[in-house]
Write a protein that binds this ligand. Structure first.
Ligand code: ARG
Length: 578
């Protein structure tokens, strides 16, 4: 509908495809030109507002005059555009849509197999690199963020029909493993590692870092163990492999809780074998320079620190393993886009990696996207491994489930499967809290906020879903209404809800374009708010007119579907009752 209105406006004002209009940015985009359409602050002023002052510059007319011209023109086309009324308000031309038609169209649109979302990504592949924790280190809240954001982006792109490859780029290679092997041999045992898992590995790693201050020779030992690993030393590799297995068991526990899986776990160790070939290519392209024994790509021309490729001892590094990974992924998946979801602090790293790909003459550097996110603090304190103020993702999730259980005990003690519901609510709450704010913003984690049933929270959304499902259950009959009965849904409150339902596809598209799950989360909150208003103000089961009652029930049904869908896009499960 918006497209048709845009076209009509262009026609009436004689703007169609004019260079002037394009260059002024009035008509956005070249192929899908669309005039800027706004939503008036109050629906009493109309459903759509067209600001006319933007045309003043190229039409050399006063905005009020343009608005009047537009009104005349649009009035001729009212019927074909599905409009009821056109008015001028200051420099704006405001439109009231024909509600009955709009309701019918919207409800028909979202009734298709994909809830009205066009699969614009078909035949396109997106690689998503996210979660990617480090072996032998704990899975902390930062990793929880990349996991939850990455998973949501995967669901969003999947909904749009893209082929998504979910890659867990495990941090399973690097000098730290040399340190760990030394520490293990000196201070730990097979039994201790088996018993305490990652915690034991963390403890001895910390001990190593403390001891090396007084015994610098420990560092030489560590380095030589790492070189041994790089050269395929059997003993070194078998210890490393074992540490990796131990770590994976713990990571999988977190993924299970979140209901998350990956298509590939090829981490840094996989790519380090590809670094020698990369070095050859870089040499051929004359991109390598020596710097204090190391091989680097000089990036001073671009105001960046040099990008290290191999260290003095010839071993690979985080950067070169990432460059090798780009080449491998392009070859294997022929991606149209490759996203990297990591903390903001890795921005320079990705700039360097993408620059290296560009300098190698590979045009697809343009399709590599860093998707950064902000830090997490707990009730105001920054989380860090060094200060010991670590919050383990698993602890947070378990705590959330426990607190959700207590809440259910308090609010609805007779509920069936309380444990299962508590899991969905607790984990859903943590996920929603993470995804609601723009990802780049820092997050402050406060239990009170996370688990609240009011305001913009996971439990509020889930509760809305359960409420809708409960109305439908109480009715208990198959709905007979057809869309022609939707006349009953043209009152202000129902109509506001339907307009929001109509915005679903746009929310998914914008979220994908901006790599921003918060767009879906915020959309979901407005949907729930509109629904709860409708639920409070429009009698549903008590309505006497059967047609009206069924039309309202149908609206309850459609809303419940879209709420469920949006939760799915965020990675949140919805209990049927709570
Ligand atoms: N393992 C890294 C970390 O924990 C994140 C890896 C991100 N992905 C990548 N291809 N560099 O910080």
């Amino acid at each position: 509908m918006k497209e048709e209105i845009s076209k009509a406006v262009e026609e009436i004002l004689g703007l169609t495809g004019t260079e002037d209009a394009l260059s002024e940015g009035i008509i956005q985009g070249s192929n899908e030109s669309s005039v800027i359409l706004e939503t008036p602050p109050d629906s009493k002023m109309g459903d759509i507002a067209i600001p006319c002052f933007v045309f003043a510059k190229i039409l050399h007319k006063n905005p009020a005059v343009i608005a009047a011209d537009l009104k005349n023109g649009l009035e001729q086309k009212k019927e074909e555009l599905g409009l009821d009324e056109v008015i001028c308000v200051g420099g704006y031309c405001n439109l009231f849509v024909n509600r009955k038609l709009f309701v019918e169209n919207t409800l028909t649109k979202v009734a298709d197999g994909n809830h009205g979302v066009e699969k614009i990504g078909e035949k396109k592949t997106v690689c998503m690199d996210y979660s990617s924790p480090n072996i032998a280190k704990n899975f902390h809240v930062g990793h929880l963020r990349t996991t939850v954001i990455g998973n949501s982006l995967y669901k969003i792109y999947d909904k749009l029909g893209y082929n998504v490859v979910r890659i867990n780029h495990l941090g399973d290679w690097g000098t730290q493993f040399g340190k760990l092997i030394v520490a293990y041999k000196k201070w730990s045992s097979k039994e201790a590692v088996e018993k305490n898992g990652i915690q034991e590995l963390l403890d001895i790693y910390v001990k190593f870092n403390n001891e090396k201050e007084e015994h610098p020779e420990l560092m030489d030992e560590a380095r030589s163990w790492f070189v041994a690993m790089e050269h395929g030393d059997k003993e070194a590799l078998s210890i490393w492999e074992w540490f990796k297995d131990i770590s994976m068991v713990e990571f999988e526990r977190v993924y299970d809780m979140l209901g998350i899986s990956f298509d590939s776990y090829t981490g840094e160790s996989f790519y380090r074998e590809k670094v020698p070939a990369l070095v050859e290519i870089l040499k051929e392209k004359n991109l390598l320079t020596e710097s204090q024994g190391a091989n680097v790509i000089d990036l001073s021309e671009y105001d960046m620190a040099p990008c290290m490729i191999t260290k003095k001892d010839g071993s690979s590094i985080y950067h070169s393993r990432d460059i090798a990974a780009v080449l491998y992924r392009k070859e294997k998946y022929d991606f149209d886009k490759c996203l990297y979801v990591t903390g903001l602090e890795q921005s320079l790293h990705f700039k360097q990696v993408f620059k290296a790909i560009e300098l190698m003459g590979l045009d697809y550097y343009k399709n590599l996207v860093h998707v950064p996110y902000g830090l997490v603090s707990l009730d105001g304190e920054k989380l860090s491994t060094r200060t010991g103020n670590i919050i383990y993702a698993e602890d947070i999730l378990n705590e959330a489930v426990k607190r959700a259980y207590e809440l259910i005990e308090e609010k609805n003690p007779s509920l069936e499967n309380k444990e299962e519901v508590a899991k969905k609510v607790g984990i859903g709450a943590v996920i929603f809290h993470d995804l609601f704010n723009q990802r780049i913003k820092n997050i402050n984690f406060s239990w009170k906020e996370v688990l609240s049933f009011d305001g913009a929270t996971g439990p509020y959304v889930q509760y809305t879903y359960a409420r809708a499902k409960s109305v439908l259950r109480k009715y208990g009959k198959e709905l007979q209404c057809t869309l022609t009965d939707c006349q009953a849904l043209t009152d202000d409150i129902s109509f506001a809800l339907i307009k929001t339902i109509g915005g679903y596809e746009n929310a998914v598209n914008v979220a994908a374009e901006r790599y921003e799950p918060s767009i879906v989360a915020r959309y979901l909150i407005s949907l729930c708010t509109d629904f709860n208003k409708f639920y409070q103000e429009c009698p549903i089961l008590k309505e006497e007119n059967v047609k009206t009652k069924e039309a309202r029930l149908y609206l309850v049904y459609v809303t419940s579907q879209i709420v469920f869908e949006c939760c799915g896009l965020l990675g949140i499960e919805c209990p049927e009752e709570m």
